[in-house]
Design a protein around this ligand. Structure first.
Ligand code: ZN
Length: 332
């Protein structure tokens, strides 16, 4: 049955600071299997590269495919990635600088390899076979601990001159009097208010404020028996807690403002909100749509579609595999 007529398969890797997620995608774009293991980044580059290779081979073996059917391996990696050079320029998460990951993986795998920024991989996944399928251009924001984003034009990643395009988390959207410092060295970045980290920071400040006012009972966020999470804030907001509601609305305001800025620059057909925080669901998306409508000029309000991501936390592996399945490499 396999033999000469076997269809190619594709491996997509989502390399994170804590785990290596590896997916096998078939010729029809279906994600048939996902394998996950720990990154152990503290053990160095060679250990992580070997782990990625073992993960790829094991994922292919676990779904019963022959390794020689693999047409290529794509890997999404956090940080500044030069796709054309196949180089990780800087990855603070992994503590890597100028690592030639494509060459190292190609030597280990004996197969073509492409690497790209992890948020670009997620955006490509959503654009090729998720919430952005059939739309062009597609912009995707991935909201988790930080905020990543990707711009997909004609089914390809727009990575800019140095692989540094689409860093929406570092758009400076918060007015100076309210701005706090970002990990990038600037102040007032989108990531400081609308990421899970930003939401938790605002919630802690609100709780502290409520305590100093001696009115701690006004928000149920003050009564949690454990450290606050972004999920707590969304749940409290959904239950009608006004303090939590104001925090979620503020996160949505700056997302709406950033999306409006991107919309006037790119004129995307669809804008997608993904990542852990987007699991908060339609409440967040509705608030973002409302703020976008107030921040964007009229014509954009009617023509841009803002939707939730469809692939959940598999967008990265689907997108990384999609580079070979659909030819979604860098523009130019
Ligand atoms: Zn920043």
């Amino acid at each position: 049955m396999n033999g000469w007529m076997a269809q190619p398969i594709y491996v997509g890797i989502d390399l994170g600071g804590t785990s290596i997620k590896t997916g096998v995608v078939d010729a029809f774009g279906r994600l048939v299997h996902v394998h996950e293991r720990r990154t152990e980044a503290d053990r160095g580059v060679e250990h992580v590269i070997a782990g990625m290779m073992e993960a790829a081979r094991q994922a292919v073996r676990e779904c019963g495919y022959d390794w020689n059917r693999v047409a290529g391996i794509g890997a999404g990696i956090p940080g500044f990635i030069d796709m054309r050079a196949g180089l990780v320029r800087l990855s603070p998460n992994l503590r890597w600088k100028d690592v030639p990951v494509r060459r190292l993986l190609e030597e280990a795998a004996g197969l073509p390899v492409q690497i790209l920024n992890d948020a670009n991989a997620a955006a490509l996944g959503e654009a090729l076979s998720g919430a952005g399928a059939g739309c062009d251009p597609v912009v995707c924001f991935t909201i988790g601990t930080g905020i990543g984003s990707g711009i997909i034009i004609g089914g390809r990643v727009f990575e800019g001159a140095h692989g540094m395009a689409a860093e929406a988390g570092h758009m400076r959207v918060v007015p100076d009097p309210e701005a706090v410092k970002c990990g990038c060295g600037q102040i007032g970045c989108l990531e400081t208010v609308s990421s899970a980290t930003g939401i938790v920071r605002m919630a802690r400040e609100a709780v502290e404020h409520a305590r100093m006012d001696n009115r701690g009972g006004r928000t149920k966020l003050a009564d949690l028996p454990r450290p606050l999470t972004a999920r707590d804030v969304f749940e409290a907001a959904r239950d009608g807690d006004e303090v939590a509601g104001a925090i979620v609305d503020r996160a949505a305001l700056y997302l709406g403002r950033a999306l409006a800025a991107v919309a006037v620059l790119i004129n995307p057909q669809r804008m997608i909100i993904g990542g852990g925080v987007s699991a908060a669901g339609e409440m967040l998306i509705d608030l973002i749509r409302g703020h976008f409508a107030r921040e964007a000029p009229g014509l954009y309000r009617e023509s841009v579609d803002i939707v939730a991501a469809a692939l959940g936390n598999h967008a990265g592996v689907v997108g990384a595999a999609g580079i070979f399945r659909m030819g979604g490499g860098p523009i130019g």
